[in-house]
Design a protein around this ligand. Structure first.
Ligand code: GUN
Ligand code: ZN
Length: 432
């Protein structure tokens, strides 16, 4: 399959650039790529098309896609009022499967080709979701949610049962032998897990070498309750004066590795940041959710500067936007709000040296493609390059936007982005 147009190519230090060119897709891989005129008539794209890598969403909840927009509640009340009732519906695996199919279609229509996702506490429902993801061709990291306390009885299971089910979930995903599907262990957050469950999950993470997904430091109330519920994590007298806080709970349960995806991480002390950095964990920044639930603004710049790996996630339904360009915009908005009006980007439109302070559109686009792929360890994803996976979007921006004549064409593409511009989503080399 020959695809031509304006290619969104990797540029230096975490940015993308646009250049006219073409790519040849064969067997799910970008087999050849060139700048300039295409060597034949293209199957997809054309003069006015933009060809970008598919978007990578580093954090979302499959069972929450029908719960977008239930506004006005802080995190813990929103979970009990809106989210837990929605997740209870996944007790029926057929419902979980059909909802997952709908979610997959929605993601593909938004150009998302790779995800890190949560299912629910239901084992069969989670397996059904994994099977649907496997069939879809999407690249996914997915886990059964673990919770044994502080939630309705329908969503709690004994810790021992959950650990056995989480291990069985990893087995069932591995038995699908789909290199695009990976299992994770998902203790929801410290509040909904007992000590026994967290420690069991940590053992499993090490025994199986899999990803771990959880939430950390999203709201002040959550941090206080988590620490109160887990005094055991702070037992060690040597840790007197310890400010490892909430993060210490996961650290004590051996849940923190290079394959740990920690969502939100707004409220982290200096010591917690240092634990996260030393362990090589990824903080999944979820700016749209942080605004929607009024949780706060994550100090992204400080994290990036101190060497913490950050990714970007929609956190649907905490975040109301499925579309990753919208989430990328919210990342820029948050950085602008934190920096204040005096901090116009020092280097002008392209940000110069300091675009970590307020990310440029070129960096934001990189973040939702290659940046997220690297953070999640999906090394052949998120870029247009020979040998990379053929997860590619064909976009036809509105003519009237006159985007390529703008001083910063990437700025127009990001800020004027409309899902209706998306003409084809190529997943694993197939146009779907
Ligand atoms: N913390 C624990 N569970 C959740 C969830 O489902 N969404 C968000 N935003 N935060 C959480
Ligand atoms: Zn979440």
């Amino acid at each position: 399959m020959l695809v031509s147009g304006w290619l969104m190519l990797p540029a230096s230090s975490g940015r993308v650039r646009l250049s006219r060119g073409w790519l040849m897709i064969k067997g799910g891989v970008i087999e050849a790529l060139g700048e300039g005129d295409a060597p034949g008539s293209a199957d997809l794209g054309g003069e006015d098309a933009v060809i970008t890598p598919g978007f990578v969403d580093a954090h979302l909840h499959l069972p929450q896609f029908d719960s977008i927009g239930q506004d006005g509640l802080p995190l813990l009340q929103w979970l009990s009022t809106v989210i837990f009732p929605a997740e209870i519906r996944w007790s029926d695996p057929a419902y979980a499967a059909s909802m997952t199919r709908r979610v997959i279609e929605r993601l593909i229509r938004a150009g998302t080709t790779s995800i890190a996702a949560y299912a629910t506490v239901h084992h069969e429902g989670s397996v059904a979701a994994a099977e649907e993801l496997s069939r879809s061709g999407l690249r996914a990291i997915v886990g059964q949610v673990l919770m044994d306390q502080q939630a309705p009885s329908e969503l709690c299971r004994p810790a021992k049962k959950l650990i056995a089910e989480a291990a069985a979930f990893v087995d069932r995903v591995e038995a699908l032998k789909n290199p695009r599907l990976m299992a994770s262990i998902n203790p929801r957050f410290a509040i909904s897990c007992s000590r026994e469950l967290l420690i069991g999950a940590g053992e499993l993470v090490h025994a199986r070498g899999v990803y771990m997904q959880t939430h950390l430091g999203e709201t002040v109330d959550e941090c206080e309750l988590a620490v109160k519920l887990h005094p055991w994590a702070f037992d060690d007298a040597a840790r007197a004066g310890d400010e490892g806080g909430y993060t210490r709970i996961y650290e004590s349960a051996r849940l923190l590795t290079e394959k740990s995806l920690l969502a939100h991480g707004i409220y982290l002390s200096a010591q917690e940041r240092s634990i996260v950095r030393q362990r090589g964990c990824v903080v999944a920044h979820c700016p749209t959710a942080n605004t929607f639930l009024q949780s706060g603004i994550m100090p992204r710049r400080e994290y990036v500067r101190s060497g913490i790996i950050t990714a970007l996630g929609s956190d649907v339904a905490g975040g109301p936007d499925v579309s990753m360009p919208r989430v990328a915009r919210a990342m820029i908005d948050g950085a602008k709000t934190l920096a204040g009006p005096a901090a116009l980007r020092r280097g002008g439109i392209d940000g110069g040296e300091d675009d970590a302070r307020i990310p440029t559109p070129a960096r934001a686009w990189w973040q939702i493609t290659r940046g997220n792929a690297e953070a999640l360890g999906l090394m052949d994803a998120g870029q247009l390059k020979v040998g990379a996976a053929a997860d590619v979007l064909v976009v036809k921006p509105d003519e009237a936007s006159n985007w390529h004549a703008a001083p910063d064409p990437l700025g127009t593409l990001l800020y004027a982005w409309d899902d209706r511009w998306l003409k084809a989503t190529v997943v694993d080399g197939r146009a779907v």
